[in-house]
Design a protein around this ligand. Sequence first.
Ligand code: SF4
Length: 277
Amino acid sequence: MSTEQVTLEARNPFELRVNLGNGVPEADVRSALASGDMGFLHSFTTGSTVDGPGVRVVAWTAGCMWRCRYCHNPDTWTMTNGIPVSVSKAIDELRKYRRGLQVMSGGLTISGGEPLMQHRFVEKIFAAAHEMGIHTALDSNGYFGDRVSDAALNNVSLVLLDLKTADPERHRSLTGMDNAPTHAFARRLAARRLPIWVRYVLVPGLTDDPEDVAKTAAFAGELGNVERVDVLPFHQMGKYKWERLGLEYTLANTSPPTNELVEQTCALFRNVGLKAY
Ligand code: SF4
């Protein structure tokens, strides 16, 4: 499949997408990752108002190294499930929205999956966006933050950082991975005074323990660069994906949190002086 044949059509991120990049030879995948000249996108959308300030263009990359039990897009875990897109094509597409994004005080958000699985591709797009005067937001779990150079961070206006839990053991059981690299990235962003918006997915019975939330809040509160916390209520929109992909889904009987639980969780973040919504 040629990357130049791809049309970047805005799509719903909750659409199941598999094997879109299977036609790309393995060697091309490796060289694309090394150069950043090609990336794999799960979805692309315009007009988002929930992925950073203003009205935004959002690109969701394919590929994630975590296996969160409550992931609502498990089809983003595999890079070759994404559409192969050349960096020049992605930048040309973004250029079309430049004026509109500026008028609507918005910008570009790159989300995932985990964008830093394809950090060179992401860095190139952010560099172009920054040069066009477009606000840039990186939505990341932070695990590969050490892959991003200081120079590349200069092109990032905001990081939407997914914090799952401050407890290392619990983090491993929720995601399969350690939280130390995420915390190191958060501290590095704090030292650079690069703003963070924390995203915290609230799953009843899994991430709603008040003591545990309070520890996560304490970590976020001490950073000094967290501008807001978004408590995101768990939902079942990704359930069918787990089933269709033949993955074991342990949350089939879990209900979304009540408004009261969301409010109590927000209050724990507010207790350390953060704005939480
Ligand atoms: S970090 Fe995000 S994309 Fe990756 S498994 Fe967790 S929820 Fe899914």
